[in-house]
Design a protein around this ligand. Structure first.
Ligand SMILES: Nc1ncnc2c1ncn2[C@@H]1O[C@H](COP(=O)(O)OP(=O)(O)OP(=O)(O)O)[C@@H](O)[C@H]1O
Length: 692
């Protein structure tokens, strides 16, 4: 028996606890092509992975599982060595075969999920991304060292011109020196350009790594931990830009050049002795002022950042809720909140600007005083014959390098660092939020899960709420059809989200089959449980992309069949672009009912064994409701579990058990007929006391 390469890789991923893309099994690849020895390289190339490496010689135990290729048997999964002479392989079934050094063994590096990497702080994320490219950064540092040494050429050139060429009219020396210095300048240009290119390229890669990590991390934040607004969280993530600006090549070069200030001071000491005292005094003063500035603006930059995030949140909210705001004349209120935030931002930014410009003026005066002091002391040294005029000029040029670009740019660099620091703190807050999956724990990936659900001692309350959902025991057997009904705000949606594993209970546990939902790998959980939210949101893209969100493409025939069954056909056939009709951000472009139908159709394609539907027909008319529910009911296998939250009595015909909720608790639970009868029974009359 042989298994196709994608199936072997699926098993390999499972053994390594790695995730493959949801559309993996539908990878549009010709299996005949994959059957050959080059198949693996083609597949990896198509998936955008690193090229699999061939393992030379007998592999060590820790390298397994590996993919094995033999011309006779094709592709196999080599799981481990059995003794010295045999290899345990899997190709649909596990078996053992003689180990032959000619068997080609390949190590496939499956891309690690961005979020699987754990970092203690946002700074750590940046640092590790930089450290991973240390080779290039070291090369850039070497280029910096050489370029800075070459920089000395111009100053030494001036020295020679004043000391040797001018007094003796030494033209031949002049030409030689000029050509020499031009060559040095060209070399300096080449080195600085190469360094810039190297750093730009690497910083683009670092940026890619870092932003991928934070995007994935923000997505992985558990739903019940997302307390802040959408806009505020988005703004916190945008703080990445500020950190990036800080790490832009300009700032990096400036920092890379910083140690050379000391080197230049040493050179001045070599040329002019005590003259080195001038930069030796002025540089620490400049750095001290810079440090003071950083401390002075720290609080204000942080405050400006927080207000900026709130401003972004308000902007997103005002656009998102435009309908409510317009219809209720809420514009004025939003505007006043906006103006208040702008005032707050200005109040925090003003001191930052004031201090920065004051520091800038101090720096420029300091620079000029340092220059005057150097020339004055230098002039005395020259008159006493302690140094030559050329030496003094060389010292003046070199001192300019110490104080020049570094000191001029320091204030703006410090402000940038202030904002970057505040951004890093906010990114730290995102990293502190709990995730769907504990990155240190490899989630369970069983090949089959039972469709039963059980809540044991579950308590859940929203942050800041006094009471929430409280369910000592609730058991739903495999294949059961259950409706959850109850008043508004009674906790039906919360219960459904707990069952779907989208919320983590604060006490107790949710069991899926015989496994704790918290221990299952999220992708396995999502595959097993289909959840249709009450307000089903679509994402920007086409209708087809929304229908196949997170699914492998089953082909247009299957998609059209599901579209026909759910009642979405009218929309598809009525649009010139059919399945490719565009969906805008947040699902704009479709009506509320159509959005629900897209969600239902997607579930028809996903065919999960457990279906959790939250008021699936609230937005549908009777005809479409009947059609959509008929499609769902028609697709249910005998062991599929269905739980539907509803306010509509019509939906009770789909189920054989009804759970009634009130104030976060189950108050009635039983067969549909019984519960309906109890609900319809008139309330017991209060006993009339016998008249005395
Ligand atoms: N994101 C949230 N943050 C804080 N409290 C919430 C949140 N969502 C719901 N609640 C509160 O939790 C309680 C239960 O809400 P839930 O959405 O589960 O009710 P429901 O029974 O589904 O109501 P409905 O029939 O209106 O959909 C309500 O009192 C609600 O105010």
């Amino acid at each position: 028996m042989t298994a196709p390469l994608p199936v072997l890789i699926e098993r390999l991923a499972r053994e390594r606890g790695a995730d493959l893309p949801p559309d993996w099994s539908g990878a549009p690849l010709d299996l005949a092509v994959l059957g050959g020895e080059d198949g693996l390289a083609i597949l990896a190339g198509n998936a955008g992975w690193d090229l699999p490496r061939r393992v030379d010689g007998r592999p060590r135990a820790n390298r397994f599982p590996l993919l094995a290729w033999t011309p006779e048997e094709g592709w196999l999964l080599a799981e481990q060595m059995e003794g010295h002479a045999r290899l345990r392989v899997w190709d649909g079934t596990a078996r053992s075969m003689p180990y032959d050094p000619d068997i080609a063994l390949f190590d496939v590096t499956l891309p690690e999920a961005a979020v699987a990497r754990t970092h203690n702080s946002a700074f750590d994320v940046f640092w590790k991304a930089m450290w991973a490219r240390k080779d290039v950064l070291i090369a850039a540092t070497v280029a910096t060292i050489v370029a800075n040494i070459i920089t000395l050429a111009t100053s030494l050139y001036s020295m020679q011109i004043y000391d040797r060429v001018i007094p003796r009219a030494g033209y031949s020396t002049l030409w030689v020196l000029t050509i020499g210095v031009l060559v040095a300048l060209f070399l300096d240009f080449a080195l600085r350009t190469t360094r810039a290119l190297m750093i730009e390229r690497e910083s683009a890669r670092i940026d890619h790594d870092v932003s991928e990590y934070f995007f994935a991390r923000a997505q992985a934040v558990r739903l019940d931990a997302r307390t802040g607004g959408v806009g505020t969280m988005a703004a916190q993530l945008r703080g990445l830009e500020q950190v990036r600006a800080m790490m832009s090549s300009g700032s990096l070069f400036l920092l890379a050049d910083l140690p050379f200030a000391l080197f230049f001071v040493l050179v001045i000491f070599g040329l002019g002795g005590a003259l080195a005292l001038v930069p030796l005094v002025s540089l620490p003063i400049a750095l001290g002022i810079a440090w003071g500035l950083a401390r002075l603006i720290r609080k204000d930059t942080q405050r400006a950042q927080i207000s900026g995030n709130l401003k972004n949140g308000l902007l997103v909210e005002s656009i998102d809720a435009a309908e409510t705001i317009k219809a209720n004349r809420g514009g004025w209120q939003m505007l006043s909140r906006w103006n208040r935030l702008i005032e707050e931002i200005h109040a925090s930014e003003d001191p930052v600007k004031r201090w920065t410009s004051t520091a800038g003026s101090i720096f420029s005066t300091l620079q000029q005083i340092a220059y005057v002091a150097l020339i004055a002391f230098g002039a005395i040294a020259v008159t006493y014959g302690k140094m030559t005029t050329g030496g003094l000029i060389a010292c003046a040029i070199i001192a300019g390098r110490v104080n020049g670009p570094l000191v001029t740019q320091l204030p703006s660099l410090i402000v940038q660092w202030g904002y970057a620091r505040a951004s890093l703190k906010m990114l730290d807050n995102i990293l502190a939020l709990p995730m769907d999956e504990d990155p240190d724990v490899q989630g369970l990936r069983p090949s089959a899960i039972n469709g039963a659900l059980r809540l044991e001692g579950v308590r859940f309350a929203y942050p800041g709420a006094r009471e929430g959902v409280d369910l000592p025991v609730l058991e739903i057997r495999e294949g059961e059809r259950v409706a959850i009904i109850g008043g508004i705000g009674s906790g039906k949606t919360t219960l459904l989200r707990l069952l779907a594993g989208l919320y983590r209970p604060q006490a107790g546990r949710v069991m899926i089959g015989s496994l704790d939902a918290a221990q299952l790998a999220p992708d396995v959980l999502r595959q097993h449980i289909g959840y249709l939210a009450q307000d089903y949101r679509l994402v920007n893209g086409t209708l087809r992309e929304n229908l196949l969100l997170g699914l492998s493409n089953p082909g247009d025939d299957a998609v059209m069949k599901a579209v026909q069954a759910s009642g979405l056909m009218q929309l598809v056939s009525g649009h010139p672009r059919g399945l490719d009709l565009p969906i805008f951000e947040g699902g704009r472009g479709l009506s509320g009912g159509q959005r629900t139908l897209v969600g239902l159709t997607r579930l028809l394609l996903a065919k999960p064994p457990v279906l959790l539907l939250d008021e699936p027909t609230a937005n549908l008319d009777d005809a479409v409701e009947g059609m959509a529910l008929g499609a769902v009911a028609g697709q249910l296998a005998p062991n599929s579990t269905l739980i539907v939250v509803t306010h509509k009595l019509r939906l009770l015909s789909l189920v054989n058990r009804v759970i009634v909720m009130a104030n976060g608790k189950v108050v009635l639970d039983g067969p549909t007929g019984e519960v309906v009868k109890k609900l319809q029974a008139p309330p017991p009359r209060p006993k009339v006391e016998a008249q005395a």
